[in-house]
Ligand binder design. Structure first.
Ligand code: UFG
Length: 325
């Protein structure tokens, strides 16, 4: 297939590009490189520099290429930043996506896979979050993702656009070959920060919040390997061939790990002691976020391969030790 990957130079997008290209698909990456890295785009794949907020960039892209489907990974994705600067989030994540969907409409492209997020659910009301959980985001980032999901339902009803929204829980780990991995500037995510604290010895690891209502008082998250997420995208594409509609699936491992458990697992994997200090909680962090992915397992026939947290951390450690960008 001919597939457009928006945000294909970013963490999740670049892993998707590598997987698709490896399977013989024709892939074009569209990215403004605001947070992505051109070095992360697999060799031989065309990288088109452009911005979703400039409809002219999209018109030029779609008139030069024919696409069978679009996967949309481009987004601002930091909860804290979204609270401080919601305008940035509503513009990039909502207006940018509308521009992309309208370019697709203008060029007759009707298959869309959207990177949504666990944050559309807000504070969990049940132990594991399934698709029926109320959608009540508690920060602008989550609201932008939920708005796009609503837009996708309306675009299906009015224009016949088929879509799957994949609600990631905590994407983690790296390409097992060690060529690409998680590299943000500044880095705010837990696992890379744990590993950086070991590698550089400069940035002290902080544990944000020790008094949450969880077994050890630190936040619990559901870490899912990046390639398992990418597998779900491929399955979602096949699903859209057979199923009309605007669909949503939750993607996680179904097991929660606290911040302290993550530190402990990283100590096991790296064989090193990890020093940390306690810091106040980050605003907008729910205590626990764990997925119930039964629907994706059943309907997409998705089966995560990285079920052990140590294996996920090992792939990240491999990448971080040889990081090139
Ligand atoms: N944490 C630390 N120290 C750090 C970094 C993180 O203690 O240096 C803690 C956080 O407070 C949180 C947990 O580790 O409790 C996980 O934090 P991450 O930043 O790694 O991930 P989040 O759960 O905050 O964010 C993820 C995605 C977001 C998405 C969110 C949904 O990265 O894009 O889940 O709530 F919005």
């Amino acid at each position: 297939m001919n597939i457009l990957i928006c945000g294909g130079a970013g963490y999740i997008g670049s892993h998707m590009v590598k997987m698709l290209a490896g399977q013989g698909h024709q892939v074009v990456v569209f990215d403004n490189l605001s947070t992505g890295h051109k070095e992360a785009v697999a060799g031989g794949v065309e990288l088109v520099m452009g911005d979703l907020l400039r409809p002219g960039d999209l018109a030029a892209l779609f008139s030069r290429h024919h696409f069978d489907a679009v996967m949309h990974f481009s987004a601002k994705s930091l909860v804290g930043e979204s609270v401080m600067n919601p305008a940035l989030y509503y513009a990039n994540n909502v207006i940018g996506t509308i521009n992309l969907l309208d370019a697709m409409r203008n060029h007759g492209v009707s298959r869309f896979i959207f990177s949504s997020s666990a944050s559309i659910f807000g504070n969990p009301l049940q132990e594991r979050i399934n698709e029926s959980h109320p959608q009540a985001p508690i920060n602008p980032y989550g609201k932008t993702k939920l708005m796009v999901e609503h837009i996708l339902r309306d675009y299906h009803a009015a224009y016949g656009l088929r879509s799957v929204s994949l609600r990631y829980f905590n994407a983690a780990g790296a390409d097992p070959g060690g060529e690409i991995g998680e590299s943000h500037q500044p880095e705010t995510h837990l696992l890379p920060n744990i590993l950086y604290s070991l590698l550089t010895g400069q940035k002290e690891l902080k544990v944000f919040g020790r008094e949450y209502n969880t077994p050890d008082g630190t936040c619990v998250r559901d870490y899912i390997h990046i390639n398992d997420l990418c597998d779900a995208h491929l399955l979602a594409l096949s699903f859209l061939e057979k199923n009309d509609g605007a669909h949503g699936f939750n993607l996680g491992n179904g097991n929660g790990f606290s911040v302290l458990e993550m530190i402990h697992s990283a100590e096991q994997v790296t064989g090193r002691k990890i020093a940390f200090t306690s810091a106040p909680p980050r605003s907008g962090d729910p205590a626990t976020l764990v997925a119930d992915s039964t629907l994706a397992v059943r309907q997409l026939v998705w089966q995560p391969k990285y079920t052990k947290i140590d294996d996920i951390i090992a792939t990240a450690w491999h990448w971080h030790q040889n990081q090139r960008f």
